[in-house]
Design a protein around this ligand. Structure first.
Ligand code: PPS
Length: 346
């Protein structure tokens, strides 16, 4: 495993650790653990998990750097905790709204913080989709979420099965890229995303009138992790990846992954309050769609596994190892159809 400890202190007021994904992968808990242990922003600043500075990527590297200055500009002072500047914005890896096709955000971030360690907590795609849907339904505005999760996923599946998007999808999850280092998957992600927005909007407009200004979330495409991880690895050589389920089982594995020694108080952090104790009826999935989703994710998950084992041999931190018992391992026990959790009917 590549030595990422000590996580290099970045030269200048930029993050040393970026938690770039995945949203709903357990990133708040990871951040809470680290923020208990380290001084993560300037002392005068209120702790903030998601700095969002990379969302300024369209304005260039300088704008991103300038944004970090306000959080980390005074971080050098002698404080009791050790310093670890962190930006934990978990949809950096794909962002639905702030990025463009022609600029790769990791490339810009690498200009600003070349020695940063990038952490990914990757959750089994269908669980992630359900958690994300539930989260947006309850607490995020500005997105068009009318309909159940199953209806939204059906819509995305119809889109992905059409011939033109399928060609794009094949390029997006192109198996040859596992052996190459120069594929531009970022480009295809954006083409797909733009096409999906347009198609879904037209589809919904035929049924309702109030969709125009609202954004549409892609639940399936953004859970096809392989092309995104690939794009980040193109720009950073300090990348650590952990399967979320493995993290959930025992959160102290984070210290091992990042090769940071545990302190006595490492369990003493405040647990984030973003756990869905139940999902309501709109987030339940039928067996039929779960089977189809399993098929849709088969290829991207296989590519992810192949790619992760390649990264492992190159010395990247990958937990658990792809040979062991996990959804990104060959046995895939966690990819069996989901049993519906307890339902609270709204
Ligand atoms: N230790 C542990 N055990 C089990 N589950 C855990 C744990 N830590 C985080 N979680 C689950 O992770 C989901 C929240 O992920 P994030 O913090 O990344 O969400 S966010 O993107 O920042 O909003 C959220 O999932 P859902 O409850 O399914 O929505 C949390 O419950």
């Amino acid at each position: 495993m590549r030595k990422i400890r000590p996580i290099l202190r970045a030269a200048g007021p930029v993050p040393s650790l970026v938690i770039a994904g995945a949203d709903k992968g357990g990133t708040s808990e990871a951040y809470a653990m680290l923020a208990r242990e380290f001084q993560v922003v300037d002392k005068g600043q209120e702790e903030k998990k998601e700095l969002g500075c990379l969302y300024l990527v369209m304005h260039g590297a300088q704008a991103v750097q300038q944004c970090y200055l306000q959080y980390f500009g005074q971080l050098q002072s002698n404080m009791s905790k050790k310093v670890l500047p962190i930006d934990a914005t978990p949809n950096y890896y794909y962002s639905n709204q702030f990025y463009a096709r022609y600029i790769s955000p990791p490339k810009i971030l690498a200009q600003v913080a070349p020695s940063a360690t990038i952490l990914f907590l990757l959750r089994e795609p269908v669980s992630r989709a359900r958690s994300l849907y539930n989260h947006f339904l309850i607490s995020v505005t500005g997105y068009d979420l009318t309909g159940t999760l199953e209806e939204q996923l059906e819509e995305e599946l119809v889109f992905l099965n059409r011939s033109a998007p399928q060609t794009l999808l094949n390029l997006f999850v192109d198996a040859r890229c596992v052996q190459q280092t120069d594929c531009n998957m970022w480009h295809y992600w954006h083409k797909l995303r733009e096409k999906y927005q347009e198609t879904a909007r037209n589809f919904r407009r035929n049924r309702r009138k109030d969709v125009d200004n609202k954004r549409i979330i892609s639940f399936i495409l953004s859970s096809m992790y392989f092309p995104f991880i690939y794009t980040w690895v193109q720009s950073f050589d300090r990348v650590a990846l952990m399967e979320s389920e493995y993290f959930f089982q025992d959160t102290s594995r984070l210290w091992q992954l990042l090769q940071i020694p545990r302190s006595e108080s490492s369990e003493d952090y405040r647990r984030p309050e973003n756990r869905a104790l139940t999902y309501d009826a709109t987030s339940q999935l039928s067996d039929g769609i779960q089977k189809r989703l399993k098929q849709v994710f088969h290829r991207p998950n296989t590519l992810l596994r192949k790619y992760l084992s390649k990264l492992e041999t190159r010395g990247f931190s990958v937990f658990p190892s792809v040979g062991s018992n996990s959804w990104w391992a060959a046995g895939d026990p966690l990819l069996r159809p989901h049993k519906a959790r307890k339902v609270t009917v709204a």
